[in-house]
Design a binder for this molecule. Sequence first.
Ligand code: PDD
Length: 284
Amino acid sequence: MSRTVYVNGEYLPEEEATVSVFDRGFLFADGVYEVTSVLGGKLIDFAGHAARLKRSLGELEMAAPVDDDTLLDIHRELVARNDIEDGLVYLQVTRGAADRDFAFPEGAAPTLVMFTQSKPGLAESPAAANGIKVISIPDIRWGRRDIKTVQLLYPSMGKMMAKKAGADDAWMTEDGHVTEGTSNNAYIVKGGKIITRHLSNDILHGITRAAVLRFAREAQMEVEERAFTVEEAKAADEAFVTSASAFVMPVVEIDGVTLGDGAPGPVARRLREIYLDESRKAAV
Ligand code: PDD
């Protein structure tokens, strides 16, 4: 069945939705995006995603296409029109269409595209029960990973490297330390302490990360925000990743080394449960 997608003020069947060949998102990856999950027909942490979108736009001197209330209305309208119970809403803003020139165009209207992806049972994925395997790869991305741009070629290549190696995902490393996963934030647990890289321009400031660390602290779990090495990760008791689409996902193997007994650890399992419970309660 054809989806209804949103393009610049219009709700259209996906076959009829188009963007200009001169769009700077297409020509320069001059765009930013957000992914918000939907559980039980409601949006998880919409306010966090809207706030980060604003920050990404501001860092790139890009105009906001609509205000927050309108953005929420469009999200809800797409969820309703596409009958999404569990899934995702993808949003992309680009600097708009203009004749090709490296300099930012003056007065181009931003492009706003949004669509849904239905994922029935998103929160009950088998991967969460079994855990995922990751490999480590060098992080060769640009230096402003805190901005959620659509320059996703290297993360995409990283996913393929993982697949070819028989793993599920890749953790990227820089100066011997893990930055983050291809599309998630990375954590290890040692002696009950949750360790995850501190915020800087080196990683995306995950909305799920912020919520999970808040819940962990509220549950009296110890959290340390600092860089860690792959060697440290291999010797950890457990590991996990967080993102809007994976929530809290246990990691059971790093570069072929099994963590603990090879099953998802208690800290990851508990955090996943708390995160899903609390997020569902606060969903809009
Ligand atoms: N990815 N780090 C990177 C590089 C990411 O691409 C993402 C999200 C995260 C986690 O951020 P959040 O918790 O706000 O989803 C961290 C999304 C889900 C994606 O590209 O599909």
